[in-house]
Ligand binder design. Structure first.
Ligand code: OXD
Ligand code: MN
Length: 604
């Protein structure tokens, strides 16, 4: 007997059935319902009973498939529409009054036009459906970092994913009280029509509207839309930073801990780095990596003059392909319970899941992500390259004991990194904070399947925030420079590149757990216990200082991927100058100066 949901008719929206007396919430729910005209409204309370009954309903309607509960307890499977498998950057808009405030990198639409257009698209589209009202917190409720959101949606899949990825429950209403403010999120699947798909952000109204999609990155509104695009605007207003960064902790043999935040573009290994297992001899000495977050960091200056960071999420929305017992056993372990898999393949022999890279040999017969029978000789992918797992953070064996800390963790280092076949060395350190901001601003990376469009195309992705910055990118750089002025003990800033390739396209660095060797150098630099060579771009390690113990790897290759080729960097500087042009006078002078220094250093 399913637990009775708090279903009420729209006419009774303001009745006692609502879980809050907050007038702003009631008003938002009422307006959303008047627009989309759902048959019913369900107030999500976050209880396991309610979620269980929603899972049951989703299985009944075919929205989700219940997987093998012995092998994968609490795990479910979902397929999105074939046209709806990734973020849609060209249909993602910043809707602020003044076009200049969105900047040249973002797509912009006038807010009046955007509200009108989305209103027409969503009008009546929840007829025959239920609208769910999700109260959620990004961050631990009551932490000075945290913010509350309310998402209304017509998708049970969204409710269940939000319940993994964020802290959902009535405590959010308690925290808001009668008058508290929150980020409004309206999501309607409508007809999943790609031509009418819009992901709209109204930073001046703290509002998000998402229509005609059901793919996670477009519809789990707490994630990219709120925790990055809207939060980047809030951070600028309030003096903090919302970044596309993992957070990890390193425990040293003597028990001390250091924390690192690292920004990489989507599907470039943030989850793998956040959950890294160090090589054997590090483990034997007592080194340990702990995960605080794998995708988003909210960062604030502390009273001690350092930067402190929290992960506002509560789960991992990770890319499945390539995740296996060797590349990321911790992520794999996290997916074994209470996980929703999206667009991976199903193994019908035991009703479990499979994706490319999970095992060396694919099973003989699968059901692919489109729902069709699949065999290895077909030459197609069984799982979509951007197929995902939504896994509760608590299932991660290396989750940090600071995961739920209200104060967050103090950062010793910030790392930027892109996917670059050439030019960018394995690791280098910026000369100081402002130069570090420059290093982040010139990040380029090859595109991945996390967004629609061509894969493998080199593009600028400053601080890995190109798709996620909610305002003018040059003002965002300026905000970084300003933050530097507020902190007496800033983290040191580094850049890494795990993706250097040889002449035949082979990767020149093993990556994964061996990235610990680079992390160790980075943290020694923070302590001032290892020397470095000053180059045209910043400080680069001496090859002898990267620990290669237990690795079958020659120092010559290491020298090669640490080498700073001035001719290439000179060309890079010219290319950056072209890229910077679009920012005009809004580009902070500190970045122009760093670029001039780079050019001069390359010519010296
Ligand atoms: C993600 C992304 O899902 O960056 O984290 O696309
Ligand atoms: Mn991401």
């Amino acid at each position: 007997m399913p637990f009775p949901l708090h279903k009420i008719s729209i006419r009774r929206i303001l009745s006692t059935m609502a879980l809050t007396e907050n007038k702003k919430v009631l008003d938002f729910v009422k307006k959303s319902a008047e627009l989309a005209q759902p048959d019913e409204i369900v107030w999500i309370d976050g209880s396991e009973q309610q979620l269980a009954s929603l899972r049951e309903e989703a299985v009944k309607t075919g929205e989700m498939i219940k997987l093998n509960q012995e092998k994968l307890p609490g795990c479910y499977y979902h397929r999105t529409a074939e046209n709806d498998v990734a973020r849609v950057e060209a249909r993602t808009f910043i809707c602020c009054k003044n076009k200049d405030d969105a900047g040249p990198i973002n797509y912009w639409m006038d807010p009046v036009e955007a509200y009108h257009m989305c209103g027409e698209i969503a009008r009546g589209k929840m007829k025959g459906r239920t609208m769910y009202v999700i109260p959620y917190s990004m961050g631990v409720v009551g932490s000075p970092f945290s913010k509350i959101g309310i998402e209304v949606t017509d998708s049970i899949y969204v409710v269940l994913n939000m319940a993994i990825m964020t802290r959902v429950g009535t405590e959010c209403y308690d925290y808001l009280g009668k008058d508290g403010d929150f980020i409004k999120g309206f999501h309607c699947k409508c007809d999943v029509d790609p031509e009418k798909r819009y992901i709209m952000h109204f930073p001046e109204d703290d509002t998000i509207i998402s229509v005609n999609s059901a793919y996670g990155g477009n519809v789990l509104l707490g994630k990219k839309c709120f925790a990055l695009r809207i939060a980047s605007c809030l951070g600028r207003r309030e003096g903090w930073m919302a970044e596309h960064m993992l957070i990890l902790g390193v425990t040293f043999p003597d028990g001390t801990k250091k924390y690192v935040a690292a920004a990489f573009p989507s599907a470039c290994g943030k989850t793998n780095l956040a959950m890294l297992i160090p090589p054997k001899h590090y483990l034997e000495k007592g080194y340990k990596i702990e995960t605080v977050g794998d995708d988003i960091a909210w960062i604030r200056p502390g009273a001690d003059g350092r930067l402190w960071a929290v992960n506002p999420e509560n789960g991992f929305f990770g890319v499945a392909p390539g995740t296996n017992e060797k590349s990321n056993p911790n992520a794999l372990a996290a997916t074994r319970e209470g996980t929703i898999f999206t667009n991976v393949a199903i193994d019908p022999s035991d009703n479990t899941v499979w994706w490319e890279g999970l095992t060396k040999k694919a099973p003989d017969r699968l059901i692919d992500w489109l729902g069709n029978p699949w065999t290895p000789d077909m030459g197609t992918k069984a799982a979509h390259p951007n197929s995902r797992f939504t896994a509760p953070a608590t299932g991660c064996p290396c989750l940090s004991d600071k995961f739920n800390s209200k104060e967050g963790v103090p950062l010793d280092a910030i790392i930027f990194g892109g996917r670059r076949a050439t030019t960018t060395p394995l690791v280098y350190q910026s000369r100081d904070w402002n130069h570090g901001v420059f290093v982040g601003s010139i990040m380029s990376s090859e595109t991945t399947a996390a967004a629609t469009g061509a894969v493998g195309v080199l593009r600028h992705d400053p601080m890995a925030m190109k798709p996620f910055c909610g305002y003018h990118m040059a003002d965002y750089f300026g905000h970084w420079i300003e933050m530097g002025k507020k902190i007496a003990n800033p983290p040191k800033i580094f850049n890494v590149n795990w993706f250097r390739q040889g002449e035949n396209g082979e990767f020149l660095w093993p990556g994964f757990g061996d990235n610990m060797r680079v992390l160790e150098w980075i943290l020694k630099r923070c302590d001032g216990t290892v020397d470095a060579q000053e180059t045209a771009i910043g400080y680069v390690p001496y090859a002898k200082d990267i620990d290669l113990e237990g690795l079958d790897y020659d120092r010559e290759t290491l020298e090669k991927i640490l080498y700073v080729d001035k001719a290439r960097w000179s060309a890079e500087a010219d290319e950056i100058a072209g890229y910077y042009e679009q920012f005009g006078d809004r580009l902070p002078k500190e970045l122009r100066e760093s670029l001039a220094t780079l050019k001069k250093n390359c010519e010296a």
